[in-house]
Design a binder for this molecule. Sequence first.
Ligand code: GAL
Length: 593
Amino acid sequence: MTTAGLRPLMDMFMIKTNKFFLSAVILVVAALGQPAYGAGRIYNGSAWRDTDGNAINAHGGGMYYENGYYYWFGENRRGMRSYGVSVYRSEDLMNWESLGLALTPTGDKKNTLQDIAEGRTIERPKVIKCEKTGKYVMWAHWEDGNDYSKARVMIAQADKVEGPYSLVRTLRPNGAESRDQTVFVDSDGTGYHFSSSEDNMTMHLAVLSDDYLIPTENWTRIFAGKQYEAPAIMKINGTYIGFFSGCTGWRPNPGHVATTRNLMGEWNDLGNPCVDANAETTYTSQPTYALKVEGYDYAYMYMGDRWNSSNVETSTYVWLPVMLRTGVPFLRWFDSWNPSMFETLDAIRRAESISDGNTYVLLSRMADRIVSLNDNKLCLLDDDDARMLNFVFEATGESDTYKLRRDGGDDYLTASSSGVSLQPGDDTVSQKWVLERQSDNFYIVSSPKDGKILSVRDASMANGAELELIPRTGASKARFGVYFDSRRFDYPENSPWGERNSSGVENVLNERSSMPVISYENGKLIVRVEESASRRPIAVTLYDLGGRVVAVDSVMAVDGTAVLEYPSCRSGMYIVKVVDNGQPVSMKIAVSK
Ligand code: GAL
């Protein structure tokens, strides 16, 4: 409820001029404005309470959806100590009803380690349903309570989703260590277990038995030597997407998003999925689950833990929508958000092609934000039906050239010397736009007036970043997608996630940063840095052979190639070090006259 919604109520009290009641109402309003719980938004990193008002205690959690309810399972903690697995349920991902403990510590500690006695550590519980047996199966990381050296999984089973779960066994999958873990059920019903193994250096991935109660001998190693943990897996049509963290205990680190079309095959590591400030700590979170949000085609939510290493019980939660529309999964930061955001995130679809007279929006490739009108300025905004600009594309007769009329108005996207604005229609070249389709299905939008291209000020991806026109150079190839509102129009789609559309999926797989190319042209040392997956500045440092720093640069090559020129480096040997997304790439180069 908003304060605006309470206005009539307040007016009523005003009429009575009962000051006591008025201040009581104001207090209630103030309390509703607090980021607490059930307040109609997901407030990241703040203490969440259940519908009884108790702190939600469900860490390293996972979800299971059934009959209109999301069931959230997570580590129940008493301070640092583990105490079974909690379960909550919700219809809207915001109001959570506690159903108590799904798994309660019971029995005595046994030397065989086949127990769930109080004092044992149970982490990262995940529940899946086995259609074959009709049972709910919980997998979790199990330790004896002393340290993390036992590295086992616990498998428990229940007849009802909320439990009670009883222990089936603990084990080491195929004899190997197993710490951070998750389970994933593929569309064909095959179950998989992901876990950090080999001293957390390498992830193991095993196919589960038909009853999901044991890993089979069909297993493989993925991300060998990369020290990935905290796996969270989702699938869109034929593409699997995994979120992982690095391995730094309770401390957060830069995460990784990776995709594959073959779970047991090669994974394509796309680097850190985060693009906003605090990306280097995955927004102070560690992944735990990737949830398919019901009621939409392409709505998924990242779930992470913001650990409090001195009192795990009070750790908080970071949940974010996964940005998917461009074909590259990534995470933007939101202090708070409402799952209704998925309405537009899901509804804005990529058009197969441009047709004369159709109505489209322009979506920035790097930001997944839509060209909108805010305070009379053209800028990129988070999805907002009231402010996003729908343009009717009017063919001009010249190839790939259109006029873009604001839907419902008679003003057009118009180029001025540096900016863009909406102006009443005229027949000048300033209102014509050339849309050149690129291999990734995005477009370079340029003005035939002077060849300048549509871009975003300072290559920003931020909410509110203003549009501008910039000269077309190698380093600035801002691209926009031609998308449409599928709630209003039924145009042919070209989803980057379509099962049929292999080209779209290849886009995802090819979105990699590449090595810098170094050359010596016209008496200048030139470093070209190709597109980065990180969407953050790439650091370039130039050293001489004595190890002295000659130059330090930071470039954004998010939309093409960035070119750095060093005219003073005429001859000699230099070392160029490029750090992209936290990964240093060094190489020696010879420069001669
Ligand atoms: C993290 C892991 C957590 C917890 C923690 C203990 O690496 O992801 O689930 O086990 O270590 O230090």
